[in-house]
Ligand binder design. Structure first.
Ligand SMILES: C[S@@+](CC[C@H](N)C(=O)[O-])C[C@H]1O[C@@H](n2cnc3c(N)ncnc32)[C@H](O)[C@@H]1O
Ligand SMILES: [Zn+2]
Length: 268
């Protein structure tokens, strides 16, 4: 809940100028002004939340899954690749779990969590005192100053590569997590859920080549014994929750299978 710590990193969504926090409002030099919500986040979206923004119920399910440690080894690799590179921007931050992990135990580190969902921003603002949470659309110009952040995180979230390279310091890093086809495969097969397409990490390398060099790739693969409630939360936290969460979900061992990649901006 610390917009004051990150105000220097934020730029006005209307005119691009710098912003300052004053009496519960974030304001730019031209007088564009945005209220800080009671819960500590600021909404810079300038429009209605899209229909596919994650809901409060999805966020709550994801929070329980993350608190149970299901993704802890993934967060550890993300934190390792992001280490000592504050400020950190998490684009599609959700609960703020990976952003908090990336800040590590450095008290001076700061992070901005952007998400198009207000429910996510609410939760992200609570995740860590070093995080400022912002509602914004990753597909628009990011409300973040040029060359200001040391790391952009993109964890299971949409990627606007041109904007990521704009906001990164020249020696910064983009750290991404993409699912591999076996990710949560047991749950998908048992409950007829959406598949993960193959080759997501490779497609990202190809799409990023215009802006980034790939510098590190790690496959993180392990199994986790999930009780029935956790198995249900694993379904409820994802895109399937927009359709239906099956009533009967039993305890199961799930496979976590993801690629974590680190990219460096191409040098001009
Ligand atoms: C699958 S969740 C991942 C969240 C988080 N990174 C995690 O792994 O826990 C994807 C997140 O991206 C957000 N999102 C989807 N489209 C977005 C957009 N256009 N701009 C910003 N955030 C977006 C969703 O609201 C959701 O919180
Ligand atoms: Zn402005």
């Amino acid at each position: 809940m610390s917009l004051d710590r990150v105000q220097d990193l934020l730029s006005c969504p209307n005119c691009g100028s710098e912003m300052v926090l004053d009496a519960g409002r974030l304001q730019c030099a031209l007088g564009h002004s945005f209220d800080v919500a009671r819960e500590g986040y600021v909404n810079l979206l300038g429009g209605a939340e899209p229909a596919n923004a994650d809901t409060t119920a999805m966020l709550a399910a994801r929070g329980r899954v993350q608190s149970a440690g299901v993704f802890a080894p993934v967060a550890e690799v993300v934190a390792h690749l992001a280490r000592s590179r504050s400020p950190v921007l998490d684009a599609g931050a959700g609960t703020g779990y990976y952003l908090a992990a990336a800040l590590g135990d450095e008290q001076a580190a700061v992070g901005v969590g952007i998400d198009v969902s207000k429910a996510a921003a609410r939760q992200c603002a609570r995740a860590d005192a070093r995080i400022g949470a912002v509602v914004a659309d990753v597909w628009q110009r990011l409300p973040v100053v040029d060359r200001s952040v040391g790391v952009v995180l993109s964890v299971f979230a949409p990627r606007n590569l041109g904007e990521f390279v704009r906001v990164l310091q020249p020696d910064g890093r983009l750290v991404s997590v993409t699912p591999r086809p076996d990710h949560l495969a047991e749950l998908r097969a048992a409950h007829d859920l959406l598949d993960v397409p193959t080759g997501k990490a490779e497609q990202l390398v190809a799409a990023a080549a215009e802006f980034f060099d790939l510098v590190d790739t790690r496959v993180v693969r392990y199994r986790f014994d999930a009780g029935a409630e956790l198995a249900r939360d694993l379904i409820a936290m994802g895109p399937n929750a927009f359709h239906t969460v099956p009533a009967e979900v039993g305890a199961t061992t799930v496979g976590i299978d993801v690629t974590v990649q680190s990219f460096r901006p191409l040098q001009a």
